[in-house]
Unconditional design. Structure first.
Length: 591
């Protein structure tokens, strides 16, 4: 697939693909480095032999290994390495990396060579490198600057930290670019290629934690918006004459037809920013004023997720963990589109992913790759639907199955028969509450006895925006504000009872939290999202109600008697904890 990069190195720079780890200089040089450390009496011969033995088995950064063994401190190692390479040592954690100097060395070269120009002055360009003896690009650097290059040794860890400044520089450049594109069209027209805007927009979206980029054509302009924490935010307005170039650029990257303008097209491509890889799903759709493009940003590696980091409270986490230990049955995660169901499923899969267990999935689409799990993509063109894919997976000797979504009767029945034959099945379902899920399955045509025999647990969830930790402040909730909330957001009897229980101290000593708005959160007062959820364990009394095809309210009442915390109750607790606000909770719950 085509690759996009934030900073592209000209061909003359000849970016190398170095396979060994930074800080691993090869067996011969590693031995010389350790012998030199012994000569300087920094470590003993026995310690050098010990490090050589460990490095021989594990490989990696030699200097980091010396530090991990607590033989020397980082600065001591750095000065010794600089002596070995016959150059000066620089601590990049103490020396400020000048943004103005970063442009001298292209980002791709800097990352490949583990080297960074951290300052430029009358003395020349100051270059910090992990391997000062192997810098094939020095003559180009001197030619570009017209100055002498002064070389320093810096540790791999510190060079990695310095390389992150490329992202900071790109982000600031994006913000300036957007301002100029809005205020000074002549600047925009002077760019060599409109793709510069596109590349920097992706970086800006990633940096802000956006899930989608919308490029929308109107009569005289292009509106660019990011979906951040579930909300669309305008970031730029560009002249309409640049639309075709931008859309064609996306089509080329996604391998779509650039000569087709009257039908919808879908594609995908990847981009890399340093160590971060992002998968982009592309949708191009004709509209009245031109083709609209939406790009979904998906990190290609599954995040380090736990139920706690998603926002599940400890009691609910224990119930879910207990159900995951069951050898068979079905766990359903329910909620509307955009409520984080798939992310929760991935979290559960990572928890279950162990040696000796065969986990297989059928998804549409595969949003994150999880090492050790067999993930398959729905593809109607090759007859791989959820139902047909699930049938095939059952012939793959699975222990655990994950179905991206139960959409129809056939898929539901196959999933339930899989659970009856000894498999643990995880899937999602579109319902607004946990107690509605059994009724939704019955409406699909599933017999109630199949539901009671297989479904162990039903989770319903929503995502609410979290208060920005950088501008969080507390305030006193007054009685007038209580009355305003009750009139603005009508609650049912259960909701009123909960609201009174949690907020009865208003006007006395109760303090809540909100975000004032800052640059980190784009002035919204929110940054990131957390789950509000309800977890329904299908116990005997619930099973009896399902068999009777009882109403949703009856099932819900029985679940509450069993100890289920409702979504609203969970949300009120998070408001009091300072995770979110009442305004945000009511906005999401009332949707």
């Amino acid at each position: 697939m085509p690759q996009a990069a934030t900073v592209t190195a000209p061909d003359e720079w000849k970016v190398r693909h170095i396979t060994k780890d930074p800080g691993d200089y090869g067996e011969e040089t590693n031995k010389k480095i350790l012998d030199y450390f012994v000569k300087l009496e920094l470590i003993s011969k026995e310690q050098a032999a010990h490090v050589r033995d460990i490095h021989g088995r594990k490989g990696g950064d030699l200097t980091a290994m010396i530090q991990e063994e607590k033989l020397l401190k980082e600065d001591e190692i750095g000065r010794a390495m600089a002596d070995f390479f016959n150059c000066q040592y620089v601590s990049l954690k103490e020396v400020k990396v000048e943004f103005g100097a970063l442009h001298i060395l292209p980002q791709s070269v800097a990352e490949s060579e583990m080297a960074v120009v951290f300052r430029e002055d009358d003395e020349g360009a100051h270059l910090a490198a992990v391997n000062p003896m192997d810098l094939h690009f020095l003559h180009l650097l001197e030619k570009k600057t017209g100055k002498k290059v002064k070389i320093y040794y810096a540790s791999p860890r510190q060079v990695r930290m310095a390389l992150k400044h490329y992202q900071d520089r790109s982000r600031e450049g994006v913000e300036r670019l957007i301002e100029r594109a809005t205020e000074n069209i002549s600047h925009l027209e002077s760019l060599n290629n409109i793709s510069s805007i596109f590349d920097t927009l992706i970086l800006m979206a990633y940096d802000r934690g956006a899930s989608d980029i919308h490029i929308e054509p109107f009569e005289g302009s292009i509106r660019i918006r990011f979906r951040v924490d579930g909300m669309l935010v305008s970031v730029a307005t560009l002249p309409i004459r640049f639309l075709e170039t931008m859309v064609n650029h996306v089509k080329v990257l996604a391998r779509l037809r650039i000569d087709e303008h009257q039908s919808a097209q879908d594609g995908r491509f990847n981009v890399s920013y340093g160590d971060t890889r992002i998968h982009l799903r592309v949708s191009v759709m004709p509209t009245h004023f031109g083709e609209k493009t939406v790009l979904r940003l998906l990190p290609m590696e599954a995040q380090e997720l736990t139920l706690a980091t998603l926002g599940y409270l400890a009691p609910d986490e224990k119930i879910i963990e207990k159900s995951l230990r069951q050898p068979n049955g079905i766990i359903l995660v329910t909620g509307p589109t955009g409520s984080g169901k798939t992310t929760t499923l991935y979290c559960l899969l990572k928890r279950l992913n162990k040696e000796g267990i065969n986990i297989s999935t059928i998804e549409d689409p595969i949003e994150y790759g999880i090492e050790g799990i067999n993930q398959s993509q729905v593809n109607p063109k090759t007859n791989i639907t959820f139902a047909e894919g699930l049938k095939s997976l059952l012939r793959q000797d699975p222990d655990i199955l994950m179905i991206g979504e139960v959409r129809d009767e056939e898929t539901a029945k196959i999933a339930m028969h899989s659970a009856l034959t000894g498999h643990l099945v995880l899937s999602t379902l579109h319902t607004n509450s946990a107690s509605l899920a059994p009724l939704r399955l019955v409406q699909m045509g599933v017999d109630p006895y199949l539901i009671t025999s297989t479904v162990n647990l039903i989770i319903a969830q929503r995502l609410v925006r979290k208060i920005c930790p950088h501008c969080m402040t507390s305030f006193k909730l007054t009685k007038k504000e209580i009355a305003d909330y009750e009139s603005q957001f009508p609650l049912d009897e259960e909701g009123r009872e909960l609201f009174g229980r949690y907020f009865s101290k208003a006007g006395d000593s109760m303090r809540l939290f909100k975000g004032k708005g800052c640059r980190k959160c784009g002035g919204t007062g929110y940054r990131g999202r957390t789950v509000v959820a309800e977890v329904l364990k299908v116990k005997k009394n619930i099973q009896e109600l399902i068999l009777k095809q009882a109403s949703e309210s009856d099932i819900r009442e029985a679940a509450k008697k069993n100890g289920m915390t409702s979504m609203l109750d969970d949300g009120f607790q998070k408001v009091l904890q300072g995770s979110t606000t009442l305004d945000e909770l009511f906005r999401v719950i009332n949707q």
